[in-house]
Every structure is written in structure tokens, then in C-alpha cells.
Design a protein around this ligand. Structure first.
Ligand SMILES: [Zn+2]
Length: 219
């Protein structure tokens, strides 16, 4: 089994079990990775033998501590590579996710350490995702989806890195990490959320986009 395949499974489980319950299912993994449930089941037996997942057929499955550490290493590589591609190579934040999906499986620890040093040991990637440290420990993310934000003042702290069209659209609207906006909830019933900047320029977001932009409240 190529190690990149194992790594993608570990990363997918980490992502899925992170959303609430602390466990996931064969069905969810099969949808996430677009493979058949049978293929997932075979892989889960393999990962169980390697001590990376806790898995009983027809019950929830989750990463064991070793599995979490391995998955976090891949996440660290992914996020450092994205940061390198933007900060050093000058790529746009909408262009780097797909590249990082490939490079995260092939880059050596030595090169990664060098990249980390060169970047000044960054804590977050260009999309605002926290970068796990060498031991796979990651800062807790307290951001909420813009979708759930009541009227008030917020700072953009993170956006989903997977949808390049979304990132290009945010470029056009000038929505960036660290920017502050006032949210008014007046149009929410119509499926639109409105942000206004201090300068007065307004941006309207569809609710689906607002689910992929994460903010924290500004006191
Ligand atoms: Zn990414």
C-alpha cells in the first residue's frame, strides 16, 4: 500500500472525527475520499493492524493516539508547504492547496525543517489554519463560521482552503485573513449576509460562502 494512500486516509479520518463526535464511519470516509465502502473496510483492517485506528465493523471508528500523530504530521507538511508556496514562491492562496496535496507526501523531514526555519516558524498557513508543531500538537481553533455570527464586529481568522473559486472570489471582494468587518443580519432571511468595512464598502455573501469563512468576535 503506497504510504501516500495511508496518509490520505489518516488525514480524512482526522478531519471527519474532528467534526463533533470524536469518531467517524466507513460510509463517511467512503464519501469523503470517493472510494467504495469495501475499499475503506480493507484499509481500516490494515490501519488497525498497524495500531493506527480503533475499528470494529458496524461501530464508529477513530484514530488511536499514534494515528493522530501520524495524521498531524501530514497536516503540518501540508500547511507549511502552502505557506512556503505563498510567502516564498509568490503563488496566490487560491493556487496552493492542490500542489500541497501532492507535495505533502513526498517532502523529506529535513527539507520541511529548512522550510519551517526559512519562514520563521509560522503558526498559521495562508488560509488561517493553525500549523501543528513537530510533535503534532495544534493550537485550538475557536473560530466560528460567519454563517453563525450574530450582528456585531468580527475578524476573519480562517477560510476553507479547498475551494479555489471561493478564494478567488474573496480576492475580488478584498476579504482577507485578519480583516475586520461589521456583520448586519438584516438580509439573512433572503439568504444573504452583509459585511461592512470601516471605510463603508459593503460585501454581500451567500450563506454557503459564509459557511466557509471563519471569524472571531472583536471586543
Ligand atoms: Zn490546503
Amino acid at each position: 500500500m503506497p504510504s501516500s494512500t495511508v496518509e490520505n486516509y489518516l488525514k480524512a479520518i482526522l478531519h471527519l472525527q474532528g467534526e463533533g463526535r470524536g469518531s467517524t464511519t466507513v460510509g463517511e470516509i467512503s464519501r469523503e475520499l470517493e472510494v467504495t465502502p469495501g475499499t475503506v473496510t480493507i484499509m481500516m483492517r490494515h490501519l488497525k493492524e498497524r495500531g493506527l485506528v480503533a475499528y470494529e465493523p458496524r461501530r464508529g471508528l477513530s484514530l488511536k493516539p499514534r494515528g493522530v500523530t501520524e495524521a498531524m504530521k501530514v497536516v503540518r507538511r501540508h500547511r507549511l508547504i502552502e505557506t512556503f508556496l505563498v510567502e516564498v514562491m509568490g503563488l496566490d492562496w487560491s493556487e496552493v492547496h492542490e500542489e500541497a496535496e501532492i507535495l505533502e507526501h513526498v517532502i523529506s523531514d529535513r527539507l520541511l525543517d529548512r522550510i519551517n526555519e526559512m519562514l520563521g516558524e509560522p503558526t498559521h498557513d495562508p488560509h488561517g489554519d493553525p500549523i501543528p508543531d513537530r510533535n503534532g500538537v495544534v493550537a485550538k481553533d475557536l473560530a466560528m463560521p460567519l454563517l453563525e455570527a450574530a450582528a456585531g464586529r468580527y475578524r476573519v481568522v480562517r477560510v476553507s482552503d479547498e475551494d479555489s473559486a471561493l478564494l478567488e472570489w474573496l480576492n475580488e471582494k478584498g476579504v482577507r485573513i485578519g480583516e475586520e468587518f461589521e456583520v448586519s443580519d438584516s438580509d439573512r432571511a433572503a439568504g444573504v449576509l452583509e459585511l461592512s468595512r470601516r471605510g463603508g464598502k459593503r460585501v454581500q455573501l451567500g450563506l454557503q460562502v459564509a459557511g466557509q469563512v471563519f471569524v472571531e468576535s472583536v471586543a
